[in-house]
Design a binder for this molecule. Structure first.
Ligand code: HAM
Length: 435
């Protein structure tokens, strides 16, 4: 019996026809973040699982139920596998902080601004916009606590989504969820308020009241949402320092004309966040779950990993959800894979000339293609049409004798005979023609 392999559930291939969208997003992210002085950091795909348990946090869904363990097949009983457990990275932030501490990046001018792009892994229920392997662009600014840093990162994020053509499709939600000093007070207040309506909460939220009360604010259940709407606002509970920080961030955003939606119930499902938190949400997402990006301050994480007390803030955007949205609203993205010139040969002798021409033109960085194994003019022209080549160069018996070629413009089907010696000049002229 034939075995037909398929990609694992929730882990899609990114096909050639999709690549132009990925290139489009990547280019915008890289160009915009480089303008703000970001440098690229590439991290391992798997790390010590404790890194995430400690950072992302034991109370997060990620650590509780979504991480993939990595081990060598058949190594279950090996001694050295027992000491350290590896996990596929579920997010970038802990790895970036580990790298900052490990490589002494605190000795460099602060803040250090790091951009990472790549795949992440979370065992979630696959559905629209939710995959088990997905990709993020992740930006961290480590080593500065000024509210101006928050505002500048948010400005960069806003510029990126505007360049992506999503300015009118998304809303930037912002909140301040307090520092480590005021978080116990916030927790106490929220628990007290929730206790009054305990029986009207969904079972899941009832279980969270004492373990992770802030996650109740995130519940999409309608009856829970009604209770959440009457909870005290976190911004009214936070300490004066957090309040001052938050007011300054908003003031700078006003100055920069970055529109935001102050959302007193915005909380994020990671243990490391302190102070400013923000999300880029799709205005039309009825579930309000599929955020296009999210981030916030995490002023204690570097110290938690053995570094000095180092404030930091970051953000990550999700490629798959962004690409879905730009396709839905038909944002025009440039074609990245293209065939400019298609070489057609008729006859054995012509094949050799064609071969040399391909070597010569690709050496000079033209985008060239041909139909290997097809010999007739019409079958080769058919392929040239399919790959949407701009020009076809036809080499036949007659052209061989005359040391000429025929250039057929596939866009308007005109054609002319050109001396081999003049070929490059004519190609350049024609390729420069406006579409
Ligand atoms: P996050 O909110 O978990 O934050 O993820 C950021 C974005 O990644 C989401 O808004 C979404 O677009 C995308 N995303 C997350 N999970 C999935 C999934 N299962 N399928 C498809 N897309 C997904 C973080 O990861 C934080 N580390 C962000 C951060 C950086 N905070 C500070 N610095």
């Amino acid at each position: 019996m034939k075995i037909i392999f398929k990609s694992p559930k929730g882990i899609p291939d990114i096909l050639p026809s999709e690549q132009k969208y990925w290139d489009f997003v990547k280019k915008i992210v890289e160009t915009r973040s480089m303008a703000f002085g970001f440098e690229k950091l590439e991290l391992p795909i798997f790390e010590d699982a404790k890194l995430y348990q400690k950072g992302t946090g034991l109370s997060s869904d990620i650590v509780q139920k979504e991480m993939y363990e990595v081990r060598r097949l058949g190594a279950e009983n090996e001694e050295d596998e027992k000491d350290v457990k590896f996990a596929l990275r579920p997010e970038f932030t802990p790895g970036v902080c580990r790298s900052y501490v490990e490589h002494g990046m605190f000795t460099r001018p602060q803040p250090v601004k790091l951009l990472s792009i790549g795949p992440l892994f979370r065992h979630d229920k696959p559905q629209k916009g939710r995959f088990r392997q997905f990709n993020q662009f992740n930006m961290e600014v480590i080593g500065n606590s000024d509210p101006l840093t928050d505002a500048l990162l948010i400005l960069l994020v806003w510029q990126i989504y505007a360049d992506l053509g999503l300015k009118n499709e998304v809303v930037l939600k912002i909140n301040n969820t307090g520092c480590k000093k005021c978080q116990p007070k916030i927790r106490k207040n929220i628990i007290a308020a929730l206790e009054n309506s305990r029986t009207r909460l969904c079972v899941d939220c009832q279980n969270k009241i004492y373990t992770n009360p802030l996650r109740v604010l995130d519940c999409k259940n309608e009856s829970c949402q009604k209770i959440v709407a009457n909870l005290p606002h976190i911004i009214d509970i936070i300490c004066p320092d957090c309040k001052k920080h938050f007011m300054e961030v908003l003031e700078y955003l006003d100055e920069l004309k970055v529109p935001y939606d102050l959302n007193p119930f915005l909380v994020r499902g990671f243990d490391y966040y302190t102070s400013t938190t923000f999300e880029i949400c799709d205005k039309k997402d009825p579930t309000k779950k599929a955020t296009l990006g999210g981030g916030g301050r995490y002023d204690n994480l570097i110290a938690l990993y053995g570094g000095n007390d180092t404030p930091a803030i970051g953000f990550a955007g999700g490629f798959e959800r962004i690409i879905d949205r730009i396709k839905e609203i038909e944002v025009k993205v440039p074609e990245t894979s293209k065939t400019d010139i298609f070489i057609i040969q008729i006859g054995k002798q012509a094949k050799k000339i064609a071969l040399n021409l391909i070597a010569d033109l690709t050496e000079k960085h033209y985008h060239v293609s041909c139909a290997v194994g097809k010999d007739t003019l019409s079958s080769q022209l058919k392929v040239a049409n399919k790959v949407r080549a701009k020009l076809a160069i036809i080499i036949g018996q007659r052209e061989l004798l005359d040391k000429t070629v025929i250039i057929k413009d596939m866009r308007d089907t005109t054609q002319e005979t050109v001396e081999m010696t003049e070929l490059e000049g004519v190609l350049n002229d024609k390729l420069q023609r406006e579409e």
